[in-house]
Structures are given as structure tokens and as C-alpha cells.
Design a protein around this ligand. Structure first.
Ligand code: UDP
Length: 252
């Protein structure tokens, strides 16, 4: 937390009895809306809202990699770009990559590499672009959820789904899927991504943390994140099913 946030924290109350600033329970997600296949020119795509976050994911490939020296003879090369639109945040963000977006792109790519069956596509590339149109904390988790759906929409063979959600510590309480105030003025922020296979959480594909928590709080965070991820996973699956049902109706 920055020094100015530290000062402001004293004035901002995040927890009111068993409720949060926006009226949610501690284990409650923000409203989530997911739509697969929204872009005509991408091989796979997804529109996703997670609270006030609005993101769009586009997947291209598997396709030939350029420049060619980047090709890998034994597997596909995965590229992931997390990008925030200048108008997505309160204080206009300078366009283009910065340290934060490069880091988020790297860890997100690594999480998705755990599920994409890269060995099936030697010498090719799969490009994943995720644009944040509106950010309100947890944008990296919203982007990963959208990217996962876009990959399925593109028909990329995967071992499972990646589903992501953060947990924060706000006024000493662990809370699921923090919004901006909880992220800014809370004591810790812990984004998770899980590999879900056959409807079950198989492993953790991303885990980051800033702030400080006790062992018990970390255990509680894990429990909350797993609960949230299973709810998000259900919505990801529903969005994919909806797209395929509407496609099969269109095609008779
Ligand atoms: N944020 C911002 N300007 C920036 C980067 C971030 O206003 O240049 C805000 C934005 O709302 C974002 C939040 O800070 O969602 C938390 O950012 P963090 O780096 O924790 O990533 P996120 O929680 O979005 O994955």
C-alpha cells in the first residue's frame, strides 16, 4: 500500500458487521457476465464483466509464428498480452506496455500454458490478447477467465479450464473477489488461478500476494478462492454451452 493510501485507510471503513462496503457477504463474488464468441475476426473470443471490470479476450491460432526464429519444433508458442485501455482507470493510463502489464502478461501466460496442449501444434503459435476496457481490481483474474473461455471458443485443445479469482484482507477479514476499495485500502491482495479438470480443482496455476497474512488467513483465502472459482467455472461452462447451442441452431 502506498503512503497516501496508508493515510486514507484510517478514514475508510471496509467492513460493516457481516457485510462489505458494497453490501456483499465475505464469501460473495461480484456479478459476473460472460459471453463467448463475440468477435467475428478472431478464432475465439469472450466478453466478460466481473463487477465493474469489463474485459474482452481474443484468440488467434494455432497459426504460423512470425518471426520464424520464434517457432518451437516440438510445441506451440503461446503469447499473451494483457492491455489496459487508457480510459479503463480513474487516472488516464499511458497507452502501451508498462512493467505491471508485462508482469501480468507473463504470469497469465504461464497459467494458461498449464492447460493448453501445446505439443499438438509444433512450430505454430497461439496468440491471446486481452483488453481491459474498465478496471476495478482483479482485472488480471477477469482477463484470465475471459482468455480461458476464448481459448475453448477457438477450439484449442485443453486439459482443463483456468479459472481465476482474488481474495483480499480488508479490515482484518478475508473477503472473496475484492473490488477497488478493498484492493487499495485492504491489508493484502491474493490473486489465485486454478486448473479445473473434470469439474474438480486439480492444481494452482497462479498465486500472487502483496501484503501480510497469517497462516490461518492464507488457509481461509484458499478456501474462499476455491469456492469462488467453482462458481466462476460454472458460468464459464454455461457461456461456452450457450454459444454452441446457438451455433448448432443456426446451422440447423
Ligand atoms: N489501477 C489503476 N491504474 C493502473 C493500474 C491499476 O487505476 O495503472 C487500478 C485498477 O482499478 C486495477 C486496480 O488498480 O484493477 C488493482 O490493480 P492491480 O495491479 O492489483 O491488478 P488487478 O487487481 O486489477 O489484477
Amino acid at each position: 500500500m502506498s503512503e497516501s493510501n496508508e493515510e486514507k485507510k484510517d478514514e475508510i471503513q471496509l467492513i460493516f458487521g457481516d457485510k462489505r462496503l458494497d453490501g456483499r457477504r465475505f464469501d460473495e463474488l461480484r456479478n459476473i457476465k460472460i459471453e463467448a464468441g463475440i468477435l467475428k475476426r478472431a478464432d475465439g473470443s469472450c466478453y466478460l464483466e466481473m463487477g465493474k471490470n469489463i474485459v474482452v479476450a481474443a484468440v488467434y491460432g494455432p497459426r504460423e509464428v512470425h518471426p520464424r526464429h520464434l517457432q518451437n519444433p516440438s510445441k506451440a508458442v503461446i503469447r499473451y498480452r494483457y492491455n489496459m485501455a487508457p480510459f479503463s482507470v480513474e487516472e488516464r493510463k499511458r497507452p502501451g506496455p508498462d512493467r505491471r502489464s508485462v508482469e501480468i502478461s507473463k504470469v497469465s501466460r504461464e497459467a494458461l500454458e498449464a492447460v493448453i496442449m501445446k505439443e499438438l501444434f509444433p512450430r505454430s503459435g497461439i496468440d491471446i490478447f486481452v483488453e481491459v476496457l474498465q478496471a476495478d481490481a482483479g482485472s488480471r483474474t477477469a482477463c484470465l477467465n475471459a482468455a480461458s473461455v476464448a481459448l475453448v471458443d477457438a477450439g484449442v485443445p485443453m486439459k482443463g479450464m483456468i479459472t481465476s479469482v482474488a481474495v483480499a484482507k480488508a479490515d482484518g477479514v478475508m473477503v472473496l473477489d475484492p473490488m477497488k476499495e478493498e484492493d487499495n485500502y485492504g491489508e493484502a491482495d491474493i490473486p489465485f488461478a486454478f486448473l479445473i479438470r473434470g469439474g474438480k480443482i486439480e492444481s494452482i496455476a497462479l498465486l500472487q500476494m502483496d501484503g501480510r497474512v497469517t497462516k490461518d488467513e492464507l488457509r481461509e483465502a484458499f478456501k474462499l478462492a476455491k469456492k469462488g472459482a467453482m462458481e466462476i467455472y460454472k458460468l464459464q461452462k454455461e457461456a461456452i454451452m450457450k454459444k454452441y447451442i446457438s451455433e448448432s441452431v443456426e446451422n440447423g
